[in-house]
Design a binder for this molecule. Structure first.
Ligand code: GMT
Length: 381
């Protein structure tokens, strides 16, 4: 198939999933065209059968407050669909990608029917899409898509609840993980794994890890507070990967709690899997999370997860088997679970094995064929 993919290029789960999907589809022989305003962060270098198309946005004084990106995107989607004979356009994150794809579909209509598949990822449904300024167009573009998928049952149900969506059937296709990249340390720990562990923290420290885009929804200051509680009881290091609006607040919290030496902010790094493999416990105390791709990637590296019991996270993290779930904001509860895991070698080993085993259920080669099947179905319509 010849597949167009539209996504955000920035650090975040939807762009990560869209790009990894494109790469997996290309490995399976499909031709993939990724369209965005910049090259997505997970598209590192050349990949066979994958082409990136940048959306050109002309500057003009009149546009000062209103760069019409969605229109430039629709133009690029239409152009790529024509030139590359795309079979379908897969929009990741409804706003504005699904609406732009609908416009491209209309422009192409005189010649043929470009099928539009939309994948809902999270705040496009739970937050931004429900804002009055975006509600009707989000509902419209979901209803007009030829197929709609959601990354968890929670997000599907939330879509029906918030939007009604007459006549639309939202199919759940969970996120997936590349087990070639995200895998447990190779037994016995390879020299590379030992080096990473050694580089992250002193040998006698437990290593807690958090990976996110540091948006308020991630509650990164809770991460620091949970770590502070753990650190009071045992030697430990907290490693934070990523960057975003709440990084300053998290750094200030670490300073306030006098944890500067034990908290390491790595910023945006490429080889997240290497860092994860050096970790003992992953913290994700989010306010909401439609799926929690970062939790899945940690589990795939055999790192148990402590997360909030919200949204789609219980569909990923199995309480007591791959980690623990606590109510949002329950810092003391998380400290309690973290200490339980880190002090009990047998429990820790069981959770590590459980996490790695559970992650295999979300391996790319199990999930990507579900997208291929969906594409085949929509092309038969
Ligand atoms: O919805 C968002 O906040 C953006 C989106 C992103 O691009 O980071 O994140 C969502 O999509 C991810 C991939 O499907 C999910 O793993 C995240 O749970 C989800 N974020 C939220 O629901 C907050």
């Amino acid at each position: 198939m010849r597949i167009g993919i539209t996504c955000y290029p920035t650090y975040g789960g939807s762009g990560a999933v869209a790009t990894e999907l494109g790469l997996e589809l290309a490995r399976r022989g499909h031709e993939v065209h990724i369209i965005s305003y910049a090259s997505p962060f997970r598209l590192r270098g050349f990949a066979e059968r994958v082409t990136f198309h940048e959306v050109a946005q002309t500057e003009y004084p009149l546009f000062e407050q209103s760069s019409p990106y969605a229109m430039a995107l629709a133009v690029k989607q239409h152009e790529v669909a024509m030139r590359e004979h795309l079979d379908l356009m897969h929009a990741h994150y409804a706003i504005p990608h699904a609406a732009a794809a609908w416009l491209a579909k209309q422009m192409l209509k005189p010649e043929r029917d470009l099928k539009v598949v939309t994948t809902l990822h999270g705040t496009d449904i739970t937050l931004v899409g429900q804002d009055p300024s975006y509600f009707t167009i989000t509902k419209f573009s979901i209803e007009q898509s030829d197929r709609v998928t959601a990354v968890s049952a929670y997000l599907r149900d939330e879509t029906y609840r918030a939007f009604g969506c007459t006549g639309c059937d939202v199919v759940v296709i969970p996120n997936f993980v590349s087990t070639a990249e995200y895998h447990p340390p190779r037994p016995p720990p390879s020299p590379a794994d030992r080096t990473w562990r050694h580089a992250l923290a002193p040998a006698d420290h437990k290593v807690l890890v958090h990976v996110s885009n540091f948006r308020p929804v991630k509650r990164v200051t809770d991460v620091v507070r949970v770590f502070a509680g753990v650190r009071r009881q045992l030697p430990a290091t907290l490693v934070l990967v990523g960057d975003g609006p709440d990084r300053d607040a998290a750094e200030q919290e670490a300073d306030r709690l006098d944890l500067r030496r034990e908290v390491r902010f790595l910023g945006k790094v490429d080889n997240v899997a290497d860092v994860l493999r050096g970790g003992d416990l992953f913290l994700l105390p989010s306010q909401t999370e439609s799926f929690g791709l970062a939790a899945l990637e940690a589990m795939a590296c055999a790192v148990p997860v402590l997360a909030s019991a919200v949204g789609g996270l219980p569909e990923v993290v199995v309480e007591g088997e791959t980690g623990f779930l606590t109510p949002v904001g329950d810092v003391d509860g998380m400290i309690d679970r973290a200490l339980r895991v880190l002090r009990d070698d047998a429990l820790h080993a069981r959770l590590k094995a459980g996490a790695a085993h559970r992650a295999l259920e979300f391996a790319a080669d199990r999930i990507v064929p579900r997208y291929e099947q969906l594409y085949e179905d929509v092309l038969r319509d």
